[in-house]
Design a protein around this ligand. Structure first.
Ligand code: PGA
Length: 250
């Protein structure tokens, strides 16, 4: 049985004060939930606070990105080792990193490798654009992203990877993929993992969906057999909405 997982991606949102107010409510709301893995991905500036705040709860912390070098003259960057002090997970390959910061599949692969070697668990994002889907290229695109992103990642390391299918056209747009559209790609990705690794890995890996997930559509998306969780962005900023999404599993 794959444990369900919900990862709230705060993106570039929340000051310290706002995070404190969120956590006051959220910790209360989810204190009895233990059948879903709950992860919050705050900006770097809040990792230290979050780490202390979730101590003794079921809530875990993720960073939103990481650099692949271990240390040195890389102004503005954060290494996997630095993240490891505060977080169990790291999101890698988010489409906003590709769009605004020029991340390629090769860069993403280096980041995934470095993070896994440091002992971080990775939430590896991939997904097609609107044009790519319209041209009928969704599967080719996600296949290339998966193969290149996971190049040289071993079968053992795959035990620490979560794949997040996030169609770019669904992110922050309110246009969520239908449960059937998402499920089709999740099945395809699981089959690819089987081809690249083995059946056990493909059955164990969690594949989650991201893109305009909200309290109203979560139940229908999350009931699909190959969707093991979700990665809400906008809806994760409000403690009530995020809790509602997490509770959609029960
Ligand atoms: P959204 O973001 O829920 O605001 O669409 C999802 C994501 O980018 O991870």
């Amino acid at each position: 049985m794959r444990q369900k997982i919900v990862v709230g991606n705060w993106k570039m949102n929340k000051t310290y004060k706002e995070a404190v107010s969120f956590m006051q409510d959220f910790k209360l709301f989810v204190r009895d939930i233990n059948n879903v893995e709950m992860v919050i991905a705050p900006p770097y500036t809040l990792l230290n606070y979050l780490k202390n705040e979730v101590n003794g709860t079921n809530i875990k912390v993720a960073a939103q990105d990481v650099f692949y070098e271990e240390k040195g003259a890389f102004t503005g960057e954060i290494s996997p080792k630095m993240v490891k002090d505060f977080a169990e997970y790291v999101i890698i390959g988010h489409s906003e990193r590709k769009k605004y910061f020029g991340e390629t599949n090769q860069i993403i692969n280096k980041k995934i490798k470095a993070a896994l070697q440091t002992g971080l668990k990775v939430i590896f994002c991939l997904g097609e654009s609107f044009e790519e889907r319209n041209q009928g290229n969704t599967k080719t695109v996600v296949e290339t992203q998966l193969r290149e992103g996971l190049a040289n990642i071993t079968i053992v390391e795959m035990g620490s990877v979560v794949i997040a299918y996030e169609p770019v056209w669904a992110i922050g747009t309110g246009n969520t993929a239908t449960p059937e559209q998402a499920e089709e790609i999740h099945i395809f990705l699981r089959q690819l993992v089987k081809d690249l690794y083995n059946e056990e890995t493909s059955l164990n890996i969690r594949i989650i969906y991201g893109g305009s997930v909200n309290p109203n559509n979560a139940t229908n998306i999350l009931k699909m057999p190959n969707i093991d969780g979700c990665l809400p962005g906008g809806s994760s900023l409000d403690p009530g909405s995020l809790t509602h999404i997490i509770k959609s599993f029960s």
